[in-house]
Design a protein around this ligand. Sequence first.
Ligand code: J2J
Length: 539
Amino acid sequence: KEKNESGFIAALADAKQSYIDDGVLPPLTLWQWLEIWDRNYHQHTALVDGDEYLSYQGLKESAEYVAAGLQQQGIGAGDTVLVQLPNSNHFVVLCFALFRLGAKPIMAMPAHREKDINALCQQAQPVAYVVPDHFLGFNYQVLADHISQQHPCIRTVIIDGKSANHLTFEQFLHSAPLDPDTPQPSPTNIALLLLSGGTTGTPKLIPRTHADYAFNAIESAKVCRMSPQSVYLAALPISHNFPLACPGILGTLSVGGKVVMAKTAGDDEAFSLIEQEKVTITALVPPLAKLWLETKEWDETDISSLQLLQIGGSRLEEKVARQITPILGCQLQQVFGMAEGLLCYTRLDDDIETVATTQGKPLSTADQIQILAPDGSPVSPGEAGELLTKGPYTIKGYYLAEEHNKKAFTQEGFYQSGDLVRQTANGYLIVEGRLKEQINRAGEKIAIAEIEELLVEHPDVIDCILIPVPDERLGERSCAFVISDNPAFDLQQVQQYLTQHGLPRYKQPDQLEHIAMWPLTTVSKVNKQALSQLAIEND
Ligand code: J2J
């Protein structure tokens, strides 16, 4: 593994170095950027979390203390640390502490449960695991104990909150000062590992380097015209690329703005934070945007400070897009992004037609895109095909996944997104659909293979197919069709079974249908369109 890893890391560094040499990527680490931001905006408020306000100076100093504490635990350059925290100032402090040391946070989501966490441990061998004590009714200490027993690589469990038997995050904030001679990573080193929705049974890790991730955030902040007056509401879970760096938290910090942490993205919490903190910009997935629209019709909270609402992660209906400005009183920006890299944004000067009907154009002129027909040839202009991309901030391979990478990337290093897109005459992309075996449930991606593989193991299931079904609330819901001898086998049992197997709620089917045999197409494949129709009729 170590040999593979060093080869992989060297190739990645070479690829990023060439963008540095070409003057596209600035040669700085995320820690060096924080030092610059601290010099420029020292006493300005950087982060707000409930009644806890942290200045740029406070953020940098706290991160140094935490880095020192981590170092005392033997955590250092090259190590991975599994981070599973809700939105909080501590999350950001911890990330910068790790960036300082050259250790890599693995960005797990609070929603993840044992199966994903296990897989991440197997793949990345984290030396530490950081969790809250409780969040939304779930006890993470129990999970952390269970996981650390199975994975001896985890030497330290850190609890953000109260704990009788583990170190707490609070203790790290009170460490002895960091030795200033502690070596720093290089800008071309991996800064963090994001999670990919993927199409296979195990999550794939996305290695983003310091230089490319900083570029991602800083350039995004420019496109969104952010300034020291910007106030960003972190409403989506910040382990996601979108609220973390598009422009998100890092982009806001790059301009001296203020980040406000929300624990959940629901309108009840978000609206009052917008009113209180005079939020100017935030990011949502389409189902949440719909919820906000519905609420605003009767809610009297003053959200007039909001200037820009970014929406991305899954398809935004044109009808909904056109309601944003009239109802919420802010500008809309469509975002078609991926944790693997490429980001497309509609621009702030675009006319309403463009904003309502396209998913934007690439962030950088250095982004390369290809749109290919099934035979691998480029489509004619305006035709739909698979989107492939390569560029300064797009990965050329998942972390330690050599076999999978042969399928997911071309020889020239283009990422095969599995998205079906077409390009307008002025270079904007429209997402038409997708080729990958995935369900996009309210922006969270579900690998169909992972769920099917588990379901066919159930004693009552002879065969099973999982499909996305259009859904008013979620955009897409997941429906499991089963061939089973037990007519009493129901959705509740399916959900219980998957919970026992360590699956988070969002990956579990929303609907279950029994079927006697598969409907077939003329070429004898399972007719998934017919299944989708059945699922809609039976709802
Ligand atoms: C349709 N499908 C979309 C859109 C993403 C910003 C915004 C989103 C993500 C994200 C992100 C879509 N319309 N507007 O990381 O920084 C689907 C595509 C894409 C996949 C990537 C960001 N925006 N998608 O969603 O890594 O299928 O990133 O390939 O989670 O989401 O998923 P993910």
